[in-house]
Design a protein. Structure first.
Lengths: 151, 138
């Protein structure tokens, strides 16, 4: 999953969202993080397969935080996070380039706006379906044929 | 003259029984997984103890509503308070796994001071393939 994290950070660094946030942290932000900032975390990663293909079914959560009184900033950040599919910004339907994997879909499942201790928080969850295309995928196919006694 | 016997009621009743049974199994699988070590953080154990499931056709104390809501049951608007026995638990074919602890959403979603632990979503994801097989979906 290191490749997935690297792909997310690479995309974020080149995205307009990076200009508006002070940082995007993996799983946990440091104590000294300056608002507004974002955190992404891998909620789950379930392997799935067919006879010839190997998939990874992941749930990825983005949290964006703002300490402003008004929700204007947090809503603008949420719009940037979603991005524009036509232009290729943001994360909605993003084709993440990951080594040995092909991103089949990156679909926003839900978004929840909360205000916790005077901090606006947008929790946005994405479902990612990755198809393995590298050497591991070939090994899986050979393994399946072996299992069936075909090789 | 041949007689035609209508068994549609028996078929519907049997399918309903299977749905109830499978929803109960699915709900309990997710509830049990969410309570396993590593899923829900434990300090006093209150959050972990509070995880409970409710499903279509559940009987007794489990047949409760999670939050205050207005439901439309048989075409009528019915207001149900949190913790009350659902007026018609038979009305919706669903299973719900949740908690009535006030801070549970923060454990599930995280805050600016705490990372998300997501015990319920992780438990559901862990069991998703088993639940699909249970309902005959590959």
């Amino acid at each position: 999953m290191n490749d997935l994290f690297a792909a997310i950070i690479t995309h974020y660094d080149a995205d307009p969202l990076a200009v508006s946030l002070t940082g995007m942290y993996n799983t946990e932000a440091p104590q000294e993080a300056v608002f507004p900032y974002g955190v992404f975390s891998l909620v789950s990663n379930v392997p799935d397969w067919t006879f010839s293909e190997n998939f990874e079914n992941c749930l990825l959560q983005f949290n964006i935080f703002s300490d402003k009184i008004s929700p204007v900033e947090i809503c603008a950040l949420y719009d940037l996070l979603k991005g524009d599919v036509g232009v290729g910004t943001g994360f909605d339907f993003l084709d993440l380039p990951i080594t040995d994997y092909e991103a089949i879909s990156l679909v926003r499942e839900n978004a929840i706006l909360l205000r916790v201790e005077n901090i606006w928080q947008y929790t946005v969850t994405y479902r990612i379906l990755l198809r393995e295309t590298g050497e591991a995928a070939k090994a899986l196919t050979v393994g399946m044929y072996n299992l069936l006694g075909l090789l | 003259m041949a007689k035609i016997k209508d068994n549609s009621k028996a078929i519907i009743a049997e399918s309903d029984r299977l749905i109830k049974q499978k929803l109960e199994i699915a709900a309990l699988m997710v509830e049990r997984t969410a309570k396993l070590p590593g899923y829900c953080p434990v300090l006093t154990g209150t959050a972990r103890r509070s995880i409970i499931s409710n499903w279509y056709g559940a009987k007794g104390t489990r047949s409760i509503e999670w939050s205050e809501s207005t439901q439309i049951i048989n075409g009528k608007k019915v207001h149900v308070k949190a913790g009350e026995t659902s007026i018609d638990p038979q009305s919706v074919k669903r299973a719900v796994i949740g908690s009535n602890v006030e801070y549970f959403p923060y454990i599930e979603l995280g805050t600016s001071k705490m990372p998300a632990r997501a015990p319920l979503r992780r438990a559901l994801e862990t069991n998703q393939n088993r639940i699909r097989r249970l309902f005959g979906v590959r």
